[in-house]
Design a protein around this ligand. Structure first.
Ligand code: COA
Length: 432
């Protein structure tokens, strides 16, 4: 049978696809903007057909209907990362949170969380019958490789990305055809605070550096201050639109990269159509599964690796809480520690935790004597390297606890410095 005949034999309707998922199944959803919305939305619309279906996901960019009130008996959300649409479900007990480094999620699916159904979204097959995972390779490809059943939404508007990013039609059990724009994430608003943080971070980036940038206003602001740099490279969990502008400006060339020279290496994309058009059939951009891209022993092979991530709180020892406000889980470790460790292990690497000095409209300091009770430490005091705010840069690696406290107070918001100094004078029995 030709692959074309094979493909035709697998095409079913959305309703039929939803009917393939059984009560009690563990379903892994394609990640972030690669979520196959049609089938999961159909399942939610007919919730009465399901009991105790576990929905495993990370950054949920779709409607997350399965996590809403009233779904408890039918679906239970197991979040490896909590986002805007799933925070309430986890906080109010309708969902669960499973801590795991992003780099280890594929192993989770191969060992402790075996996958019954992988619901994925891919491009139509190429002339050899291979579909690209498009915007989300990450854990989606590994989940499809180990799932008992693979249901693929084949979207003709999904960009065809390159790298180790393909699945052959013979590896897919059922196909649902669709045609819709990929979910877009608009660029964040960059204010004065973010600009100052961006400028401080950019001062730590040398020509020829390889970058990992997270999502949001701070990474976007960093990119604004890189226009005079030369031959930057990208090895990052994800990228958004700002990277495209720097490629077009000739700043990101990837020429100085020591692994994958000439290539942007990422595991997922999240931005606007501008990014997706850039990624489509672009041999400069390679997508690999997250257990490769985020593997610290791979990251460390880049030269001048610089990672930039954000957090909720830093205490005066340099312990970084990035995923919970006290006991309330607001996100997850994601790839933060994968890149902190990979950059620290890189012989000339730097890892940066960048954050505004205050939160909640300036009413609380993010630099605190003690983390809020119940907060999870994401980046430990042994891992932390640079902390950056709008007030400056604190290089903590190699500093003792007293020196760390001093360096952090210097970059705290002036309104909170006096309180932090008093705390240090008690703690270290000397004037600060
Ligand atoms: N005290 C109280 N509340 C705080 C707080 C603090 N110190 N810091 C943040 N918050 C609140 C904010 O007010 C906001 O609440 P709201 O949604 O009700 O307005 C919420 O927590 C989220 O904070 P915000 O600053 O808007 O988040 P962000 O979009 O800039 O993301 C992180 C910051 C830390 C949540 C995010 O970077 C993260 O999840 N990091 C860990 C994962 C990671 O680094 N992955 C690798 C890169 S992709």
């Amino acid at each position: 049978m030709s692959w074309q005949q094979l493909y035709e034999s697998k095409v079913i309707s959305v309703e039929e696809a939803a009917g393939k998922v059984k009560s009690g199944d563990r379903v892994v959803l394609g990640h972030a903007v690669g979520e196959p919305a049609a089938v999961i939305d159909e399942m939610v619309a007919h919730k009465e057909n399901y009991k105790d279906v576990e929905i495993v996901h990370m950054v949920a960019m779709g409607k997350a209907g399965y996590a809403q009130p009233g779904m408890e008996e039918h679906f239970r959300h197991n979040a490896i990362f909590v986002g805007g649409t799933t925070r309430d479900a986890v906080a109010s007990g309708r969902g669960d949170f499973t801590p795991c480094f992003f780099s280890e999620v594929p192993k989770l699916f191969r060992t402790s969380l075996p996958v019954d159904v992988a619901l994925i979204q891919v491009t139509p097959p190429d002339e050899h019958g291979y579909c690209s995972f498009g915007v989300s390779n990450d854990y989606t490809k590994p989940a499809a490789e180990c799932a008992k059943l693979v249901i693929a939404e084949v979207n003709d508007q999904m960009p065809r990305t390159m790298g180790d990013c393909f699945i052959h039609i013979s590896e897919i059990d059922y196909v649902v055809e669709s045609s819709h724009p990929v979910i877009e994430l608009k660029p964040a608003r960059i204010g004065e605070v973010e600009r100052a943080i961006g400028e401080n971070c950019a001062s730590l980036i040398e020509d020829g550096a390889t970058l990992q940038l997270g999502i949001g206003a701070i990474p976007d602001a960093v990119l604004l201050f890189l226009r005079d740099k030369k031959d930057l490279g990208i090895h990052s969990e994800m990228i958004s639109d700002g990277v495209v502008e720097l490629v077009e400006a000739g700043v990101i060339t990837n020429k100085a990269k020591t692994i994958h020279p000439g290539k942007i290496v990422v595991t997922f994309l999240m931005g606007t159509k501008k990014l997706y058009d850039f990624a489509n059939n672009n041999a400069m951009l390679e997508m690999y599964p997250v257990d490769y891209v985020n593997d610290p022993t791979v990251i460390m092979k880049n030269s001048k690796m610089v990672s930039i991530n954000s957090c909720v709180q830093v205490d005066l020892m340099g312990q970084v809480a990035s995923e919970s406000v006290g006991l309330k889980q607001i996100s997850g470790v994601g790839g933060q520690l994968d890149f902190v460790r990979g950059s620290n292990m890189c012989k000339d690497g730097k890892s940066i935790i960048a954050m505004p000095a205050t939160a909640a409209k300036g009413t609380v300091s993010k630099i605190v004597p003690l983390l809020d009770e119940g907060a999870a430490v994401t980046t430990s005091r042994n891992d932390v390297d640079y902390v950056v705010t709008e007030f400056g840069i604190a290089h903590l690696k190699g500093k003792n606890l007293r020196e760390r406290a001093r360096a952090l107070i210097n970059i705290a918001h002036p309104n909170f410095r006096e309180g932090l100094i008093k705390e240090c004078e008690n703690r270290f029995h000397q004037q600060f």
